[in-house]
Design a protein around this ligand. Structure first.
Ligand SMILES: Cc1cc2nc3c(=O)[nH]c(=O)nc-3n(C[C@H](O)[C@H](O)[C@H](O)COP(=O)(O)OP(=O)(O)OC[C@H]3O[C@@H](n4cnc5c(N)ncnc54)[C@H](O)[C@@H]3O)c2cc1C
Length: 421
């Protein structure tokens, strides 16, 4: 059996790795000249910048993969226990991510904190409910708006009133086995004395992980080879690229939905149409350098503060990255930012950094991701109609968990399933 893998981001590479482990032949096609997809690290003026995810949590599936690739000794540990801040009412206030911070933070009033304790009395997600409505019903308006909404929606650039809980947060809770009270689950976790997995990266950035996989399987990954179409051929499929057709028994797609739609159009128009329904939010980010000595993982900025910056990772503090700060701008509410030049975006990020932190910042780089991240708005109800034919699999950040841990676990599960007789 040969599986054709479309895309050499973390999903496609991990799938290539696990299929090899299962003794299944693979042929992987990547449109660009480099591995990693959204995981990209660059060195600018001697400083390591992450264009995608900023760090890894060394959870089970990641730890195992890092070890299988012989990279354990290259890991570089970050500061797992630093605070995260939320900018509210003119000041940075600590997010209540520990018992101590939950008691001491001035982000919430006492009334707001007490309201959180009523969460176990509330019901789980309801059909058609927005993330905003769900979190407000569970934790009260103050905690929902100042803590949970910015922490959850930040990655997707969506506003909580647009996101459907059933297709986003609700799925995440289910995956963690949380069907009832979220607060009770958190308390159980704390009482068991479990610590979150450590935050890690590599000396030259996270791209070390995809690069290691690409090197190991160099003989079966074709770079600069975009897949243009997939067609039926006998009992299997033909993958069409500019180099010609390749016959495979099964195909695994890892590309964003709009790209998958174009590729699958010749095979199944209805499936392609469904994939085209999904809305994405582009991500705009600016890497800054500043002498500001901030301690923490970063910050989220509440929308009413009026900044274009939605949040920042303080790489300088979390990962000891020499004065580097990563700002995320725009989101679903400020799409017009995409019309601005990189210089203009960099200038906005630097100006707002100085305004927020009282220290100047220089722009190191500006980067955009399009289509970006799934918006998980009303358009994602189309996920219920996503029904690929036998032998076509989606191993993607929109059919399963988005993050690196989820991508690796999804690839492993898919490889095991494809190996079943
Ligand atoms: C700025 C940013 C920060 C993030 N932070 C976090 C975080 O903190 N936590 C978290 O959980 N997640 C985070 N993510 C999300 C996470 O990085 C992604 O969900 C994950 O890396 C997606 O990996 P993937 O392999 O599924 O897809 P991708 O990385 O998108 O890979 C798809 C690959 O397919 C290739 N391709 C496209 N078209 C074709 C074609 N026609 N033929 C062949 N190949 C093609 C692409 O070039 C790409 O290499 C972040 C993402 C970004 C951009």
């Amino acid at each position: 059996m040969t599986v054709g893998v479309v895309g050499a981001g973390i999903s496609g590479l991990a799938l290539t790795h696990y299929l090899q482990q299962q003794g299944i032949e693979t042929v992987t096609f990547e449109a660009t000249d480099r591995p990693g997809g959204m995981i990209q690290s660059r060195t600018v003026d001697g400083r390591v910048l992450e264009l995608g995810p900023q760090r890894l949590r060394l959870a089970g599936p990641v730890k195992a993969l890092v070890s299988e690739l012989g990279l354990t000794d290259e890991l570089r540990e970050g500061h797992t226990d630093q605070p995260l801040y939320i900018y509210h009412d003119g000041a940075f206030r600590e997010a209540p991510l520990s018992v101590r911070a939950a008691v001491t933070t001035d982000l919430l009033s006492w009334r707001g904190k007490l309201r959180v304790l009523a969460e176990p009395l509330t019901r789980g997600p309801q059909p058609g409910e927005s993330v905003e409505a769900f979190l407000t019903r569970k934790f009260g308006h103050e905690a929902a708006h100042r803590v949970f909404e910015p922490l959850y929606t930040g990655l997707y650039g969506s506003s909580a009133d647009e996101m459907l809980v059933e297709y986003s947060l609700g799925k995440a809770l289910k995956r963690h086995g949380i069907e009832g009270s979220i607060l009770a689950a958190v308390i159980r976790y704390v009482l068991q004395g479990r610590d979150p997995p450590p935050i890690v990266t590599f000396e030259d950035g996270l791209a070390r992980l995809p690069v290691a996989m690409a090197n190991r399987y160099a003989d079966r990954i074709h770079f600069d080879t975009p897949v243009e179409a997939i067609e039926s051929a006998g009992d299997g499929y033909e993958i069409h690229t500019p180099d010609g057709p390749t016959a495979v028994d099964a195909v695994a797609l890892t590309t964003p939905a709009p790209v998958a739609a174009d590729i699958l159009e010749p095979l199944e128009e209805t499936l392609a149409g469904t994939l085209r329904e999904f809305n994405y939010n582009p991500i705009v980010m600016a890497h800054l350098h500043s002498a500001a000595e901030l301690t923490g993982h970063g910050c989220q900025i509440l929308p009413e503060a009026g900044y274009t910056t939605l949040g920042m990772t303080w790489n300088a503090s979390m990962l000891d990255r020499d004065g580097v700060y990563t700002a995320y701008l725009g989101g679903s509410e400020r799409r017009q930012l995409l019309d601005r030049s990189d210089e203009e975006i960099g200038a906005i990020a630097a100006r707002e950094f100085e305004d927020l932190h009282g220290e100047p910042a220089d722009v190191l780089s500006v980067n955009r991701w399009e289509p970006g991240m799934p918006a998980y708005d009303q358009s994602w109800t189309a996920l219920d109609r996503l029904d690929p034919p036998t032998g076509i699999d989606f191993v993607t950040n929109y059919t399963e968990r988005a993050g690196i841990i989820g991508r690796i676990a999804d690839a492993k599960r898919t490889a095991e399933r494809l190996a079943e007789p």
